[in-house]
Design a binder for this molecule. Structure first.
Ligand SMILES: Cc1cc2nc3c(=O)[nH]c(=O)nc-3n(C[C@H](O)[C@H](O)[C@H](O)COP(=O)(O)OP(=O)(O)OC[C@H]3O[C@@H](n4cnc5c(N)ncnc54)[C@H](O)[C@@H]3O)c2cc1C
Length: 409
């Protein structure tokens, strides 16, 4: 592979065998001899983990709402998301033999829920299209002559590529391969990389030992969470260290930003979002009779288990003797979040290659012939299939951009 003098087709190196890299390889396969390199012993490990509790591959909501999920990165991502829409993703998966369905929340999943059948079919099809795979090749930058340098168990090697796609992922779950060790390789050649920050992450709360011991792992269902004017209805989970789960992830940007700015973040819970305060106060004002307070709360307000524990954890004792105060505590229960959970535990990362460093084809402006895609770029989005949608769409754009660059250079 080091000798490129006899090749009839240009050699494309795709570094990183996650969804972004594999999609880039797929798009390049008709133009170049494609080699995919990954540091790990197998491909797509984080992609596989994403399917552990249901692979949410994209989202079926109205497309304008979908685009708005990408916040500040929308401007850069919109053209590529329009070129590879959620419907296109479903068709692409179907062509691999993977049927998908739209859940009641609009989230789209493979019928079998898992990643493994899709990944297997995808790798097989890439192999049939001539893509060559190299595992246990950890990229460590360029040699002085511009060759790609890899560390392997059997010894270092170099490869001269005509075009390179970097798809090295972010920095969460480092044991699955994306260990966030690449920024120094790019800053060394003048590329601006924004420091990584956790996204879609849990947060620490100082729980009492009672709450920790009795309720760690308990789901808190159908509540509303709000922070900095943003409101989310959904579920979360109490953990030994604090809170996590989809409704928390959806607010992780304002919560993380508040902690960075103020040291802590206020999170307001509404434990009964479907009942207004007046009706709740009236219900709680009914005579208790022989009922214990716990029974009264359960019968009149539907509050028990972990919700009752949260109420006791946070509220003043006096509130329990006054129906109006109790209703207010149920509707406005304040939690103080102290820290975001570490980057390694997050679902995804913010930060990475600054989007200003890329041209419209996802080529690094400062490095001719080097393209980048996926979570290693500085964008973030909530959970709900948006992460994979953008990884696939940017991988596709970088692959097409590289093919076009090879054809015209
Ligand atoms: C628990 C969990 C659940 C998730 N669920 C979902 C979900 O349901 N829906 C969704 O949209 N998203 C989900 N995600 C996020 C999604 O998995 C990622 O956004 C996506 O995998 C990123 O794709 P990528 O190709 O950019 O990077 P990755 O998938 O991280 O792939 C990067 C690859 O690069 C390799 N690599 C890194 N450094 C080097 C190097 N120096 N040399 C060679 N190879 C290297 C890594 O080994 C890895 O294989 C989930 C994530 C987690 C952690």
């Amino acid at each position: 592979m080091n000798d490129t003098s006899e090749k009839s087709r240009p050699l494309a190196a795709v570094i990183g065998g996650g969804p972004a890299g594999l999609m880039a390889a797929e798009r390049l396969a008709s133009t170049a001899e494609v080699h995919v390199f990954d540091a790990m012993p197998s491909f797509g490990r984080k992609f596989l983990l994403a399917g552990k509790s249901g692979l949410n591959i994209t989202h079926g909501e109205d497309f304008e709402t979908f685009l708005a999920r990408f916040g500040a990165a929308r401007e850069m991502l919109e053209p590529v998301l329009r070129s590879f829409t959620p419907s296109d993703i479903r068709e692409w998966a179907a062509a691999l033999g993977i049927e998908t369905f739209e859940g009641s929340s609009g989230r789209i999943f493979p019928v079998m829920m898992k990643t493994s059948p899709l990944l297997r079919a995808w790798l097989r099809r890439l192999g049939e299209r001539g893509v060559t795979f190299h595992t246990r090749h950890k990229w460590q930058g360029w040699t002085d002559e511009g060759a790609l340098s890899f560390m392997r168990p059997e010894g270092d090697t170099t490869i001269v590529a005509d075009v390179t796609i970097l798809a090295l992922g972010g920095a969460s779950w480092p044991r699955l391969g994306a260990d966030g060790s690449w920024p120094a390789l790019l800053t060394a050649v003048g590329v601006t990389v924004t420091p990584f920050r956790p996204a879609n992450c849990g947060f620490d709360v100082s729980w009492s030992s009672h709450l920790k011991e009795r309720f760690a792992g308990a789901p808190v269902k159908s509540v509303t969470l709000s922070c900095a004017g943003e409101r989310v209805k959904g579920d979360f989970v109490v953990t030994r260290t604090g809170i996590e789960g989809s409704a928390v992830y959806a607010l992780s940007v304002p919560l993380r930003d508040a902690i960075e700015r103020d040291g802590t973040a206020p999170l307001m819970l509404d434990l009964k979002p479907d009942i207004d305060m007046e009706r709740l106060t009236t219900a709680l004002s009914a005579p208790r009779g022989k009922n214990s307070l716990a029974n009264h709360l359960r019968k009149k307000a539907g509050i028990d288990g972990v919700k009752a524990a949260l109420l006791h954890e946070v509220s003043d004792k006096a509130a329990f003797n006054d129906p109006a105060q109790l209703a207010r505590a149920i509707k406005y229960l304040p939690l103080t979040l102290e820290r975001a959970r570490p980057l390694a535990e997050a679902i995804s990362t913010a930060g990475g290659i600054s989007l200003d460093e890329l041209d419209a084809n996802f080529m690094l402006r400062k490095c001719e012939g080097i393209f980048a895609a996926g979570e290693m770029l500085d964008w973030e989005a909530p959970t709900g299939g948006y992460l994979l949608s953008a990884c696939l769409a940017t991988g596709r754009a970088a692959g097409d951009g590289a093919a076009c660059w090879l054809t015209h250079s």
